[in-house]
Design a protein around this ligand. Sequence first.
Ligand code: TRP
Length: 365
Amino acid sequence: MGDKNIILTGDRPTGRLHLGHYVGSLKRRVELQNSGKYDDIYILIADDQALTDNADNPRKIRDNIVNVVLDYLSVGIDPKKTTICVQSALPALHALTFYYTNLVTTARLSRNPTVKSEIQMRGFAEEGLPTGFFIYPVSQAADITAFNANVVPVGEDQLPMLEQAREIVEKFNRIYGETLVLPTAMIPENEMQRRLPGVDGKAKMSKSLGNCIYLSDDSKTVKKQVNGRMFTDPTHLQITDPGHTEGNVVFTYLDALCNDGHFAEYLPEYANLEEMKEHYRRGGLGDGTCKKFLINILEETLSPIRAERAKWEADIDSVYDIIKEGTEKAIETTNETLARVRKAMKIDYFEDRSIIGEWKELLKH
Ligand code: TRP
């Protein structure tokens, strides 16, 4: 324990994955997977976590498990190198969650900024807050620790979850002795990649806002989202007007996605993004040209992903076997951690009969 490099990441299967997931996390996961630097890499399909705010709609979760796995496979997650598993099939996670809830106060949970904003977004402030949703950061700590993960690559919004997990680990180890691995968050270096806004400039891509570009969208849909919905600079009325690149979604996406090679290929007038931005700020560069460039980059990024998805879609039996086998491996890993936790907590009564001797000693008078 603790001397291995182990990665865990996860996603809630509530919909297809989008470009925000790709630049914020998926791309990095594939690079890490192929770096050869990790002893084990797990991806958790967090269906239990998804149920904490979808208790009335289990169908949605069930249906989206396949979508999310297809998205993983199509971006290059290789099941030979990365174990893909399903949370609800890992009973050790439930037990760990239950023990960890004792180490976290309700006041602490109430301060979690990501949960706070999610409570607002979902209307739980008015309707009432499901307990399961309130404590999902604890269950996420169970996910992370159960796999002995020391590295957790996530988007910026997940930092409070990692902070919570670290606190639980520190408290657990303090009370029960060194047992759990302390995890570290790994977030994208490129600031724009940490939090890609929706095409309309809203902070988050969300299905209900219709401001997403999904990895599985066809070319026509992507073009429509960029040309029809992508927010630019409302003060840039004429091409010759000086423009703003900050808060301009086209440039935010370019910041997140483009490299100098893209300029050589699609927009050789500029050597790099800085030169292009300068022209836009000066005036004389139209939104149409910028959008066209972005569409080219999006196509280059998404077309191999689409092709790979089509292959896997034609072989759903294999997709099923991949997550079944991954889950079987994950059951073993997480059960081992639970056994270690129970031992540390001295509640492993039925692992051996030595407790009988202790009891007898205790009852001697
Ligand atoms: N909360 C994460 C999200 O919404 C999903 C998740 C669940 C997760 N368990 C995890 C991420 C463990 C990293 C590690 O994206």
